[in-house]
Design a protein around this ligand. Structure first.
Ligand code: FE2
Ligand code: FE2
Length: 287
C-alpha cells in the first residue's frame, strides 16, 4: 500500500490524541515505526509531552529501533530532562545506544555520574555498545553475521553434530530459564527489567510463574513490573492473561496501562485477520 505524507501525519495525529484509547495509540506508534522517515520521526517525537510514561518509554524504544540519526537530538533532550520518568529517560539512553552514533558518547559519559542507578547503568551499557560497534573486532569478527545480533559470551562450539549442539543448547536454556526467579531478584532494577524483556522475547512458558510473581510484587519497581506484564502478554497462555486481568486496576499507572495494552494486543492479534505489525490499513481506515 502506497502511503503519502498526509497519511503519515494523520497516523501521527492519532498517536498524539490524548482522548483516544491507549492501545489504539500504540498501534499508531508501531505503524509509524514501520513506515519510518522524517514525518514519522517528527510525529513520534511530539509524544514526549504525554502524561503516560508507558507510552513515552515505548516512543523512545521505537525511535531506537528505527536506527535513524535524525532522532538523536530529541532522545538526548529526553535523557537530559529530569522531569521525565526514569523508565522514559532509560529507554532514551538505550535508544541512543541502539542507533550507535559516536557523536553521543560525550553526553552519555556525563550521565554515567547520574545519581539514578538505572540511568548511569544504561549509559554505561550504551557507551560499551557504541564502542563495540565501532571497533575492529566488530568489523572483522564472526559476530557481525550473527542472525540474532547478540553478543555471545563464548565462541561457537566446533565439536559434534548440529543436532547434538542444538539439543544441548535447548537443555541448557530450559535449566537456565527455570532459574529466572533468581535472576528476577538480582540487585539491579535495570537488569531485572532487561531480563523480563528477554524472557518476553523467548516466549517460554517455563518462566510464567516467575513473571507472575514479579508482576504481583508491589515492592518491585514499576519499570520491572511493566516488563513482566508485557512478557506475559507475549507468552499469552491462559494463566498469563488471567494475571494481566488481575492487575488492570493496579495502583501504579505504568503497570495497569501495561496490562491494558498487553491484553489488547493479544485480543487484536487473535480476533482479526490483521497482524499487529501490518495493521496499517486498519489504522488509516479508523482515522
Ligand atoms: Fe529497557
Ligand atoms: Fe518496556
Amino acid at each position: 500500500m502506497e502511503v503519502n505524507t498526509q497519511d503519515i501525519a494523520k497516523i501521527g495525529a492519532l498517536l498524539n490524541d490524548k482522548h483516544k484509547p491507549l492501545p489504539e495509540r500504540f498501534r499508531a506508534l508501531f505503524t509509524l515505526r514501520n513506515l519510518g522517515g522524517d514525518v514519522a520521526i517528527q510525529s513520534i517525537s511530539r509524544c514526549f509531552q504525554d502524561p503516560s510514561a508507558l507510552l513515552k518509554h515505548e516512543v523512545a524504544y521505537c525511535l531506537g529501533q528505527m536506527q535513524d540519526e535524525r532522532a538523536i537530538p530529541i532522545l538526548v533532550a529526553v535523557l537530559e530532562d529530569g522531569n521525565q520518568e526514569t523508565i522514559v529517560r532509560h529507554e532514551a539512553g538505550e535508544a541512543l545506544g541502539a542507533i550507535g552514533s559516536q557523536t553521543v558518547l560525550p553526553v552519555l559519559e556525563t550521565y554515567l555520574k547520574s545519581e539514578i542507578p538505572e540511568i548511569s547503568e544504561t549509559c554505561q551499557l550504551a557507551i560499551e555498545r557504541i564502542k563495540w560497534l565501532n571497533s575492529a573486532e566488530y568489523e572483522s569478527g564472526p559476530m557481525s553475521d550473527n542472525p540474532f545480533s547478540s553478543v555471545d559470551p563464548a565462541p561457537p562450539s566446533s565439536h559434534g553434530s548440529i543436532d547434538e549442539a542444538e539439543r544441548k543448547l535447548l537443555d541448557e536454556n530450559v535449566s537456565l530459564l527455570r532459574d529466572t526467579g533468581q535472576c528476577l531478584s538480582c540487585s539491579s532494577a535495570l537488569f531485572r527489567h532487561e531480563i523480563a524483556y528477554v524472557l518476553g522475547q523467548m516466549q517460554n512458558r517455563v518462566t510464567v510463574p516467575a513473571l507472575i510473581k514479579q508482576l504481583a510484587n508491589k515492592d518491585e519497581e514499576g519499570m520491572v513490573r511493566h516488563e513482566c506484564a508485557e512478557a506475559l502478554g507475549s507468552i499469552a497462555e491462559k494463566n498469563c492473561l488471567e494475571a494481566l486481568k488481575d492487575f488492570l486496576r493496579d495502583s501504579e499507572r505504568v503497570v495497569r496501562e501495561s496490562c491494558e495494552v498487553a491484553l489488547d494486543m493479544f485480543e487484536y492479534e487473535n480476533s482479526s485477520e490483521f497482524q499487529y505489525a501490518d495493521g496499517l490499513n486498519k489504522v488509516t481506515n479508523t482515522i
